[in-house]
Design a protein around this ligand. Sequence first.
Ligand SMILES: [Ca+2]
Ligand SMILES: [Ca+2]
Ligand SMILES: [Ca+2]
Ligand SMILES: [Ca+2]
Length: 466
Amino acid sequence: MPNEMKRIELAFVLPIVLGASLMAACASDATDVASSEEELNAPGVPPAPRFGPWIDGYQPYVGQSGCDPVAKPGVISFRDLLRSTYGRNDMGIVRACNQGGTSEHKEGRALDYPFNVTNSGQRAEAEALLNWLLQTDQYGNPHAYSRRLGIMYIIWNHKIWNSNNPQAGWTSYSGPNPHTDHIHFSFGWPGARGETSWWRGVTRGPSLSGEGRAEIMALHDNGDIQAWYNVAGFKEMPWGGSVTIGRGFSDPSRVRFADLDGDGYSDIIAIQENGDVQAWHNGGAFKEMPWDGAAIIGRDFFDPNRVRLADLDGDGRAEIMAIQENGDIQAWHNGGGFKEMPWDGAAIIGRGFLDPNEVQLADLDGDGRAEIMAIHPNGEIQAWYNAGGFKEMPWGDSTIVGRGFTDPSRARFADLDGDGRAEIVAIQSNGDVQAWHNDGGFKEMPWGASLVIAIGFTDPTRTFFP
Ligand SMILES: [Ca+2]
Ligand SMILES: [Ca+2]
Ligand SMILES: [Ca+2]
Ligand SMILES: [Ca+2]
């Protein structure tokens, strides 16, 4: 809540005035770029969120053990997806405790939806739906959507597909009901509760162009922000054309990029001298001044060095954080997207971070939730895994992901190839920008190949990777 935002004490007064003069551009002619998600999603199947490479494991068989015939939220959401795609009412989620044998219906985590094999249209719909659920995604994950939905098994037309034995594929089903007039879907508990990645939303990171590959930007001495379009991913000099996306930004410490509304396009944020946090919405497409809306998203943030924005819970919308003088990191949850003061909850997510310059956040494993990192004075970068999303101290294990970064301003994390996992980037004193590819996700020194992605960036404080 805005009124609960704690005032951050000013350690010193910055003499530089931010005179941001972003012009609202016409919201028009955003370029549609065919994505691999579109190839996954042919007509006639439900709409799918955008996903990164992280995926749920296969749901083991966990049969009915109690009786609670109340429809569970994930099953209801899946039913509603089928209803809006195929236009028929379902044949039920719940079943009475005293009716028939063991069934997940009695725990509200199974769905019967009508597809009649003798109706050629419904048969084609069923085949398209089942292919869609069990296809391999663009990251090579087999049976991707059924795993993301937390499906445990599927029965249709004398056959069953079991998530606990996926290699077997469809095998013959000889139960009393041949399932020739409907498909039966059983869910594991995480899927039934709506806790699997399907419901957690976007897991590919944002970028200025919306394609998930970090762009590079320089804030010039005249206050212009020049951005180069990342067309090639993790490559030497992957940049295409460049445009000016901001003017009047005299103080680089006051500039941030984060996706506030989860549309995949990084919005620009300025921490003003009066403590206001001013955001401009990215209307889409890589173009000059792409901003089409503005909002004040914070107040009383007087020390820009203490402000961070990152998505903590993987819903695609960036949270805002303040590193307090006592070392606590106070976070506010983004419940509203891009609007005035979108915050709907608060939590202390870190303690003991006494030097704000040492703190960075980035998603290392591609599950959409940002890890937190401390760049220690000895040059080691320690990362804590975000195991809990948005809550008090959500961190699991910690590991070392960098060494030799004795100047924390030269260490950056940016997903250059759009696979959801942040690469590590070092802005060298000679102006070379060197990147190491994230091969391993969250683990000790997960870095593989290294290359120089840009040259001439001699001032790390003026270099951004939105
Ligand atoms: Ca956005
Ligand atoms: Ca979020
Ligand atoms: Ca993560
Ligand atoms: Ca990456």
